[in-house]
Structure formats: structure tokens, C-alpha cells
Design a protein. Structure first.
Lengths: 300, 300
């Protein structure tokens, strides 16, 4: 089954398009995962504590959210120990039935891109398929031949991609919004073209675009221009975008977008009144799901 | 000491600007590293064999080349085992006095970029500083705030960066050569600006640019436009660029560029007459050094 169809089946089952970002910022991890905060702990102990925390998050959200997005940087921070934790968290999320989007933002020339595609989407020699991701984020700067190995891997492994188009950070306009037409618009057109060969039963492609929810007008315009490209929308919550901002990213069928929140869910305990982090995380996720349901319904 | 000064001291000591790319393509690794080619070997065994091979390469080139560039993708292919091999190879290269440029091409929003910068350039909690890189490659698509954490890490750790500007692959023009001025030109100007705060004693910045030697005219133009930005020039050898093509990337002082060859050195045994891979690798490196010396001398 196409990635897009699997993802949308999960969105329908869970009743919301929430993507829980697994960004283990060391400073924010609850105190009970003590090794992370212990200057005397070894790298392996710190990485294990992060894996423990995120495996518990996976358990907490598995019945509520369709998908999770581990952020590779915070694992790579602990070197080989961190990557072992990544594999454990990815494996736990897949075993729990969650769609796993590896936020790796890789991009390189052909033969190297093929190695990255194999590493994250399947095909790595001697590895356990249980730790593959369902989809990854990639960077388009190098052009089509850097994307091709990922497209091929998607076809073989029923996997998906999200190509950076218009990111959510303050500097994103610097290169992405310049040129005529602007770079992000040209990349967007390429994404729709790359995805033409990988369209699922529901009419959505396996090749998606990352579009910051912090740019609601561009988001609406891109939704019109890219009718079959699913969006991954970062920027909700901590980065300032609200449910109404992201609503424009969804298609007429109420699908075609997933909305990421990382700190807003994982570290909800830092700002909410619940007495423990688990309750705060669940409540924050439920609240986000409800806000999105209202906003999407209000639009259609 | 600034990264740029350390690199140039190594270039002067070794008498050449060769950057040996450590890209462990599984299919090309010499047969004596048997686990790589054994379908029955475990992932850990394969990764260890790749580490063994590259540690031997490091030993072979340490007295001849100033720098090596491990390519992360081919290590990540083996997951946590591969990253353990990466750390071993980086550690061996640094211990041998080689400048190590981690070819990771990362790029992400601020807090995530900070985690990548810490992972590769230093500051990772509980880690061994011996496995840090001297410099890394990064992708500029997300703009200045995605680069800032790397600049800060360079200042603290006396490290360097090479920002993708104009890559060597066939599709590189698709986005990089479009817009007015073209994207690569705008990124190049940003690179020169980012580097202004990190200029070493020799007048060269710690913030470099990746410019494919496969575009010799643009390379000459970028050298004129970016007088203090050092270049990392891929594309020599296997990708088609010759010594004369790269010569335009050097400054008046004969410095300011390093020239990468990966397959041309590592897998020289596949096309040369020497009877073992070690002799072929050494001979290919010596030949490249000589070609570059002639081409750079002919230019000045």
C-alpha cells in the first residue's frame, strides 16, 4: 500500500492529523530521566535515558496520534549511542503502529543519496527492517538527481518523502522567498512533478512538502498549486502558528496534511497545570487534536 | 588557531591541497575486508570491516595528504554500528594529524542546528573530543539562522564550515543556477558575509564554500567574488574535472582551496596496474598531488 494511503488510514483511525515531534532537547527532558541531567553520566547512559523517555512518549501517544517524527540531530548528539537510541525509538513506534517520519533533512549527490535512502527507508545490508522509517524529510538544494534515489526507495519500500519547500524558521525567506518565481515555488513545482509517479488510491502522492505553518498565505497558495502533494506543517504551537493558520494546508477531503508539534506536546509539563509530565503530554495532544478538528471543520 | 590557518599549515607541510574522500561504497571495498561482501555477516561485522579499511587508508595517506573527508551516508547505512565506525575513523585520522572534514551536509532550524553543530564540532555531552571533526559541510537552504549555531561552534572550537554553494552533480543547476542573481551567487555572498567574523591570520576565513570543479567558469568567477572564502572542490577525477579545472579555485597565495577525490584514491586499485590496493592508493594520491602542483604553478 502507498505511504500516503497508510498515513491517511492512520489519520482516519486516530481522528486527527497530529504529528508528535520527538525532539529530545536535553534541558527539557523530565527530571526522572536523571542521567540526561547528570554531568557525570556517560554518553551511553544519557542516550539510554533519552531512549527511555521517548519510548514512554511513544506508549502515551500511540492510541491518540497517527504519527511521530523523531529529530535525528538530538540523537546524533550522542554519537553511536544516540543512533542506537534512535533505532530503539523508531522500532518502538513502528511496533506500536505509529507512522514514523524520520526528520533527517538529508540531501547529497546520487550515489550518496542512495546510501541515505537505504539507511533510512530500507535496504541497509544486514539491518533490521523494524528500525526503518516510513518516510523521511529531505533537502532539495542539489536538485532532481539527489532526490531520485529517495523516489526509487519509496517505490520499493512503500515509503514517503517530505521535501523542504518553505520552512518555518525566521530566516527561511532569505533564499526560499527570493528569485522570480521564488525558489520555494520552483521547488514546490518540482515536488509535485516528482510525486506524479507515486500517487496512492486516495489521490495523494507519497512525495510531500514541508511548508511552515508560520506562512499561512503561502500555505494556502501552495495547497492550490499542489493538489496531490501532502504537506508536513511545522511551526504549530511553540513557533507561533495556530490551528486556523494550518487549516489552509488541508485538501477538500480534510486530508493531505499533518501538523507537527514537538515541544508543545513533549514538554507540555513545563507550562501546564497537570501534576506529572505524562498527564500533561496526553492533555496537550488531546487539546491540539481538538483545535485542529475545529479549524479544519470550520474551513469546509 | 583558526581552522583556516590550521588547514593551510597542513597543506604547506604536505605540499599539496589533496582532500581524500572517505566514501566507503560497499561494492568497491577491497576483497580482503571480507565481511562487507558477505551476505551472512552481521551489520556490526560489516561496519567493523569498513572501519578497518578506512583506518588503513588513513595510515596510508597520513604522511602525504593534509586532510580527509569521511562521507556520513556510507556509515549511517550501518546504523549505530556505522556511526561507531565513523567515530573510530575520525579518531584515527585526527590522531594521525590529518584535518578531518565531516561531509554531513546538515541543515535545520536554530535549536536543531545547534544540536548538529555540537554533535560534529564539539560540545556533545559526555563525548570524547577526539572524535570531533575539524570542519563540516552544511546546506544553506534554511538561511542564516540555520547557519548561526555552526558559526558559534566554529568560534568556540576553532572549527570550520563548508557551505554548499554550487555542487558538482548533474542536476545542480536546477535550483542553484536559477533566479537573478542565481541562487548559488546569493548563497556565495552570504557565505562571504558569514565568514567575515572568522578570518584567520592568513586572511582566509573559517567559513568555506563547496563549489564543484565541474563548473570551472563559475569557479573562477566565485574566486574573484569571494576573496577570503576557502573552497572545497569536489568533482575531480571520477566526476570528470581535471587539475586545470580546479586551478582557478586557488588564491594568489596558492592556497584557499582543497580538492577532493574519493573513488579516484580509495578505489584506484580497480583501474590501476599496481598489484595491491595499498600501492594503487598511494600512487593515485601522489599522481593527483603532482597534477595539482603543476596546474596551480601554471596559473601563477
Amino acid at each position: 500500500m502507498h505511504y500516503a494511503d497508510r498515513l491517511h488510514a492512520a489519520v482516519r483511525t486516530k481522528g486527527n492529523p497530529c504529528l508528535v515531534g520527538l525532539d529530545p532537547h536535553p534541558a527539557s527532558i523530565p527530571a526522572e530521566f536523571a542521567a540526561v541531567h547528570d554531568a557525570g553520566a556517560s554518553r551511553a547512559e544519557k542516550a539510554r535515558a533519552i531512549g527511555d523517555f521517548l519510548c514512554q512518549v511513544v506508549e502515551l501517544v500511540a492510541d491518540r496520534a497517527p504519527a511521530v517524527k523523531p529529530q535525528s540531530a538530538f540523537f546524533e548528539l550522542y554519537g553511536a549511542d544516540g543512533v542506537a537510541a534512535w533505532e530503539r525509538v523508531v522500532g518502538a513506534a513502528r511496533a506500536a503502529g505509529l507512522v514514523v517520519i524520520g526528520d533527517v533533512k538529508r540531501g547529497d549527490i546520487g550515489s550518496t543519496a542512495a546510501a541515505y535512502a537505504a539507511a533510512f527507508l530500507g535496504g541497509e545490508p544486514g539491518a533490521d527492517a523494524a528500525t526503518r522509517c516510513d518516510a523521511v524529510t529531505i533537502n532539495p538544494y542539489l536538485g532532481t538527481d539527489s532526490v531520485r534515489p529517495f523516489l526509487d526507495a519509496c517505490e520499493v519500500n512503500e515509503a514517503g518523502l517530505y521535501v523542504l519547500v518553505r520552512t518555518s524558521n525566521p530566516s527561511s525567506a532569505e533564499f526560499q522567498a527570493t528569485g522570480e518565481p521564488p525558489l520555494a515555488r520552483r521547488v514546490a513545482a518540482a515536488v509535485e512533478a516528482w510525486g506524479a509517479e507515486l500517487v496512492g488510491e486516495g489521490g495523494w502522492s507519497d512525495v510531500g512538502a514541508v511548508v511552515g505553518a508560520t506562512h499561512p498565505e503561502e500555505l494556502a497558495e501552495l495547497r492550490r498549486l499542489l493538489p496531490r502533494t501532502p504537506f508536513l506543517l511545522p511551526g504549530f504551537g511553540a513557533q507561533g502558528a495556530g490551528a486556523a493558520d494550518v487549516a489552509a494546508g488541508f485538501g477538500e477531503d480534510g486530508l493531505g496534511a499533518i501538523v507537527n508539534s514537538s515541544r508543545g506536546i513533549l514538554y507540555a509539563y513545563e507550562r501546564r497545570s497537570e501534576t506529572n509530565w505524562r498527564d500533561a503530554t496526553r492533555a496537550a495532544l488531546d487539546e491540539m487534536a481538538e483545535q485542529l478538528a475545529h479549524a479544519i471543520a470550520a474551513r469546509h
